[in-house]
Ligand binder design. Sequence first.
Ligand code: C2O
Length: 533
Amino acid sequence: CMVRHYKFNVVLKNTTRLCSTKPIVTVNGRYPGPTLVAREDDTILVKVVNHVKYNLSIHWHGIRQIRTGWADGPAYITQCPIQPGQNYVYNFTLTGQRGTLWYHAHILWLRATVHGAIVILPKRDVPYPFPKPHKEEIVVLGEWWKSDVEAVINEALKSGLAPNASDAHTINGHPGPVPGCPSKGYMLPVTPGKMYMLRIINAALNEELFFKIAGHQLTVVEVDATYVKPFKIDTIVIAPGQTTNVLVTTHRGGGKYMVAASTFMDAPIAVDNVTATATLHYSGSLTSAATTLTSTPPKNATSVATNFISSLRSLNSEQYPANVPLKIDHSLLFTVGLGVNPCPTCVNGSRVVASINNVTFVMPKISLLQAHFFNISGVFTSDFPGNPPAPFNYTSTQVTNFATKQGTRLYRLAYNDTVQLVLQDTGMITPENHPLHLHGFNFFEVGRGLGNFNPKEDPKKFNLVDPVERNTIGVPSGGWTAIRFRADNPGVWFMHCHLEVHTTWGLKMAFVVDNGKGPNESLLPPPSDFPKC
Ligand code: C2O
């Protein structure tokens, strides 16, 4: 295995989109940032140098960080931020992982522009479990604000109201032509009669997206860096945090075809952001040739999303078995949703909050992982409730009594404990999709449904054979999903909604996993350049 060194200079860079220019925070002046390429079991060292005025930290989304939680990246969860002028070397090994993942800033809303792809190739001489593509391409989906993104969130926090929606979506950094700004979008050159693999990443802050290409079917082969049983579909849905690899076979002919990423949001109150477009450009076709267009599903096209999601199955082959935990040590039910708390200084005297089991998470002043490792008391408590305060009809709108409690409460697991966690959406203000991301683990999605989870009937229908394995799961609007994982990674592991606005409002918590007794079951000590608060 190799050791690979990268240097990330985090710098401001003047960037023009939607016909206006502003300085954005970037990695090495690039948006999206540079791609990390490595092989399974390689070690990666990334020296991050902070040249901007903001505190900074970078998360390697989906990398398990086995025993190296100090390199995970969420600010105040596993590390203190890298302060302006400081640097930190993230040092981790890609144990048993291959596929498409990504990195992003994990503090404030800096991840809007600080993100990029991680490509982990299989070990040398290990083929993909599908035919080798002619070429591989990275497709990063994002979101663009004309105004300063940090100002957008600060304004929202002050007012207690929802932040402004973004002004456009992007494909590899470009919105494509939009009303009032006829710019060129991203162009992907292809050769006729070849198979391509697209590594698609949703790096948007607040939007689940549909993705499709005019006149071409997509064969889905991998999600969140785990192989799935291949299937053909024309539209995929991808939530912030998720990654999806698809194969696309080009026609014998030529032409230009629209690639589109559009909003999926089936909440009653839905923002319809601008669709991003790019072009699949066959070699030899004239630039002036007409582009074959495609329409995108309406933003509330739940059936299109369900059609994709219900087709996902682990490959579960001899080489890549699905090791679903069958005996469960902790059976948990977490409600996820929005609420309203009093706020004397806010517009309306109240603010929108979000919670898990009615706990709105309060960020600590030093990192939870340090508090755990060095036994510093008074930073967190280990009493996160395993069930909601009282069972009720979660999915109906509650007009009263939806204030939440605040706390920095963690749920404690012993090394190797197994967990079944039902994530139940609530409709206190309105039911909404919530893409929940768990750091430090992959999990299996064993079931999902609409309405209230039924603990007697629903488990009978669980798929314990070949459920999809992921690190970020969309909890359906007004429904639930059940996941299972094994706590075989000691440390403190954040779990949160990957819609940045919901995380900001408090839809987050963390698991603390104690060390095991074996020689390789303990968290390593922090590196010597570990940032201080
Ligand atoms: Cu991709 Cu905690 O995030």
